[in-house]
Design a protein around this ligand. Sequence first.
Ligand code: SF4
Length: 456
Amino acid sequence: MIIDTHAHLDFPEYKSDLESVLSRAREANVGCIINVGTSLASSKKSIALASKFDNIYASVGIHPHDASKVTEQDWQVLESLVKEPKVIAIGETGLDYYRNRSPHEDQQKVFRKQLALAKELNLPVIVHSRDSIADCLNILNEYKNGTFKGVIHCFSGSADTAKKCVEMGFYISFAGPITFSNAINVREVAKTVPIERLLLETDCPFLAPQPKRGERNEPSYLSFIIPVLANIYGISVRDVERITTFNAYKLFGIGKPEMEGKVAYAIRNSLYINLTNRCSNMCSFCMRESHPIVKGHNLKLKREPTFEEVISDIGDTGGYDEVVFCGYGEPTERLDVLIAVARYLKSKGKRIRLDTNGLGDLINGRPIISELKGLIDTICISLNAENAEKYEKICKPVFKDRAYPALIQFIKDASNVVPNVKVSIVDMSDIDVEKCKKIAEELGVEFRVRKYNALG
Ligand code: SF4
C-alpha cells in the first residue's frame, strides 16, 4: 500500500470522473490519499471528500495565494473545521514569493497563524514554499520547539535547505518534477534527504510526472515517481513503497504499519534475518529500544524465533543475492540458531553475511569463529572506537573493559577464517576516523564509515 500525501481531488479537474480516478488509484495500490485544502472553500470540500471516501483524509488550510482574502470570520470557521473527524493536518500553508498573489506581510501573518494552530492541536503542517525559503525557515524556526512536525511539500530547494528542514524535524516530498529528464539538480538534492524522511505526493492535478507531463495528474501516477526514487536511493520499488508508507503513518497517523516484528525481511536484493533483540551492548546511537524500525520494517520481536520458525519465515530463498544476519540485536547471542540457519542457507547455495558487534566470544564464553568456518562469506564487525576507553563510553558493553580487547581479537580470528572481513564505525564527531582506519589497516581488514542513523 502506498500513500499520496498531497492531492487536490476537490478541484474542478475531477468533477466528471472522480470515481474513475479513485478506482485507478486503488489499482495502483494507493491505499490512502490526503486531500489538501488551499482555501476555506477547498478545505470544506476536502472534509466532504474525506467523509464520503474511507481512504481519503483531509488537511485544512489557507494557501499563501489566498492569504490576503482571509477574514477574521473565515479564520474562525477554519478553526472549527480542524476539529472535524479525518482532518489530519493543517495546510497547505506557507509562503509563495514567485507568484506573489498576496502581499508578503499577509502571507507571513496567515502562515504564522496556521503554525500556531498546528502546534496548539499537535497536528502536522503541510508547507508550501516557493522562492521564499529563507523567510519560510525563519518563521518555522519560531515554532519548531516542542511537538512541531510537518512536511515541506513539492520540495525544490537546495541540499543545504533540505538538510536544515530535516534537522528541524520535517519530512520532504517531491512530486512529478523529480521524474523530468532535466531535473538533475532535484534528483541530486533528493539523494541527500534520508529516506526515513521521504514522503510520496502527486500534488495532482498539477505537476504530472513523465510520461504524463503536461496532462492532468492523479494519485495513480505515483507509479511513475516511485521507480525514479528507487533509482535515486539504490533500493527497490517495494522498499520505497514500504518506507514512505511507514513515514506517512508516522507523520499523519494514517495507513497500517507493520505491527508484528519481522524475522526475515527484504531490503533491495538482500534478505535479512532478525534472530534476537538482545545485545551485549547499549550503543549511544542504537535505536532498537526507542525506534526499532529499519527501512520501514518493524524489528521489535515479541519473542525470539525457533530454527523452524526462521526457516518458515525465510520461505523461498531463490530471489536474493545475499542473506544477512543482522536485525536489531546481536546475532551471536543465538549462535546455535544462527549456525543451523546458516547451514540450511549454505545448502541452498546462498551467500551469507554476518553483521556483528564482535563480542560473540564473550557472549558465548568460548572462541566461536571456527564454528562459523565455511558458513559465513562476509563478516562486518562494528569497531566503533579507536580505543577501549572510548568504546566503553560509546557502546556501554556489559563486559566493560574486557569488551574492546575481545573485539580486536575477534577481528584477528575472523580474518583467518572468513573470506571477507570488514570493520565499521559510525560517523560520529567523537570517533577518530583516521585512528580507526589505521587499526583496520594493521589488522588487514576492510574499513567503512557508516552514516549515523542510516540502517539497512
Ligand atoms: S551493537 Fe548493534 S544492536 Fe547492539 S547496541 Fe550497538 S548498535 Fe544496537
